[in-house]
Design a protein around this ligand. Structure first.
Ligand code: SF4
Ligand code: SF4
Length: 157
């Protein structure tokens, strides 16, 4: 008959040895984590971030030269609304800005599927690598369609 107390001692010794081995091995192993947010992570080429809307392209038919672009709304009295129609999350609503109908993005609802990027016939919505959307006030994630200080994307963070 074996000594049960001796077996318990052996088990403990093995457990402690295993722990020590693992601890020492990790001293020489590269960390699996990164120093985010101090170091930006490297993102995949196909990463889908926050869609960026460029009001200056929205509903504008360009004839190859920006000086010959004209607004569809001024001709047919309506916006194309394709982005809002195709958004599976209902994150885009069409609102009126300066007499023109424009998409308003709600990034509380957006699931970053990029369907609006695919659907927009004017390339007015493009993909970006923006993924940091943590805010204190969720209302700020509803981006009104108006030009920013550069006169283009309305939904920069
Ligand atoms: S990325 Fe997808 S969910 Fe987000 S606004 Fe575009 S279509 Fe809607
Ligand atoms: S699909 Fe493109 S052009 Fe049409 S309303 Fe949306 S952003 Fe504007």
């Amino acid at each position: 008959m074996g000594n049960p107390l001796g077996d318990v001692k052996m088990d403990r010794l093995q457990a402690v040895t295993t722990i020590i081995k693992r601890t020492v091995s990790h001293i020489f192993t590269k960390p699996a984590t990164t120093k985010y947010p101090f170091v930006k992570p490297s993102l995949s080429e196909n990463f889908r971030g926050q869609p960026q809307y460029n009001i200056s392209y929205c509903n504008v038919i360009s004839l190859g030269n920006p000086n010959f672009g004209f607004d569809v709304h001024s001709i047919v009295g309506s916006a194309c609304r394709v982005c809002a129609r195709d958004c599976p999350a209902g994150a885009i609503t069409i609102v009126e800005v300066d007499g023109k109908r424009r998409p308003q993005f709600d990034f509380n609802k957006c699931i970053f599927c990029n369907q609006c990027v695919e659907s927009c016939p004017r390339k007015a919505v493009v993909n970006s690598d923006v993924f940091e959307l943590a805010v204190i006030d969720k209302k700020t994630l509803i981006r009104k369609p108006k030009p920013n200080s550069r006169g283009e994307n309305n939904n920069d963070t």
